[in-house]
Design a protein around this ligand. Structure first.
Ligand SMILES: C[S@@+](CC[C@H](N)C(=O)[O-])C[C@H]1O[C@@H](n2cnc3c(N)ncnc32)[C@H](O)[C@@H]1O
Length: 281
């Protein structure tokens, strides 16, 4: 236990770049900070759930980062258990610690101090492609969901038609200490953003052209304020270039894992570069 958070992993682990990132950007993606329901819309759109149905339910959130979805879940009145392997939990605690319905842990998917089949809902967004064994991560989290419980997990889609220049850079950039890499991203990404914007505006092929510039471009999110857009660009460009693991998955493999788990109902939807897997256990 440190700073009121139970800790079940070594301080120094493979996800330390995430700890750095989410403490540097504790507020950036929180709806309450942005003033727009970006995270709320994404969570409800991907899961197909309503905020009302979550009230008083036991919800497990895996890999919560700075807590953009933790905030949304807590606001529904659910009893939320949220964990992350990295020091991101400290940022989450600072922002969302005020919610009496939140229990936060620093722990790994692979070794959770939780009771099997004790949750009604399972949420895991933006996480499992960043773990060393994606199949094991995917299958392990279902242990904690009760039969008949609902789940929503998203994962980077492995799509042949979706190459991006950043994929060539990451094998090198992930070896750079987080503080140094962050300084480079902070100075270079804002300069590349206008280039990416111009390419993105080219009719029909704009989306493909932006992939030639290794900078996160969130023009589709409706962030109208240029300072907000710039900050999201720095955060997500770092998020692309720094993780130790990034393993996108093909749809067929996800289908196979769902069948292995004998889920009573599931569907897989592609949303931009993600596969969203949702259903009932
Ligand atoms: C890209 S961030 C997404 C955070 C949050 N879900 C969001 O969408 O803002 C991925 C998170 O997964 C966490 N993570 C990676 N491996 C993990 C593991 N084995 N157990 C728990 N969390 C893990 C990282 O520390 C990081 O905060």
């Amino acid at each position: 236990m440190r700073d009121g958070i139970p800790r079940f992993v070594p301080e120094d682990n493979y996800a330390k770049s995430f700890g750095y990132q989410w403490n540097a950007h504790r507020l950036t993606q929180l709806d309450s900070y942005v003033g727009l329901p970006v995270s709320r819309d994404r969570l409800l759109r991907e899961s197909g759930w309503t905020a009302d149905e979550l009230q008083d339910r036991e919800v497990l959130e895996c890999g919560s980062g700075a807590g953009r979805f933790t905030e949304v879940l807590c606001q529904t009145g659910a009893a939320v258990t949220s964990f992350d392997i990295s020091k991101a939990v400290d940022a989450n605690a600072t922002s969302n610690g005020r919610f009496a319905n939140l229990r936060l842990l620093q722990a790994s998917i692979y070794d959770l101090p939780l009771v099997d089949e004790s949750f009604d809902y399972l949420v895991c967004l933006g996480v499992i492609q960043h773990t060393p064994d994606v199949e094991r991560s995917f299958k392990t989290i279902f242990r904690y969901l009760r039969p008949g419980g609902k789940f929503c997990i998203d994962v980077y889609a492995a799509i042949v038609a979706y190459p991006h220049l950043r994929q060539l850079l990451r094998p090198v950039t992930k070896r750079i200490p987080p503080g140094k890499l962050y300084s480079v991203v902070q100075s270079v990404a804002p300069r590349l953003l206008p280039v990416s914007m111009r390419l993105g505006a080219v009719p029909r092929v704009g989306d493909y052209l932006t992939r030639l510039v290794p900078v996160a471009n969130h023009r589709h999110l409706g962030l109208t304020d240029s300072q907000t857009l710039r900050t999201w660009t720095i955060l997500d460009t770092f998020d692309w270039l720094s993780p130790q693991f990034e393993r996108p998955q093909p749809r067929r493999r996800l289908e196979r894992w769902c069948r292995d788990l004998r889920l009573s109902e599931f569907e897989i939807e592609r949303i931009r570069g993600l596969y969203v897997v949702r259903g009932t256990k």
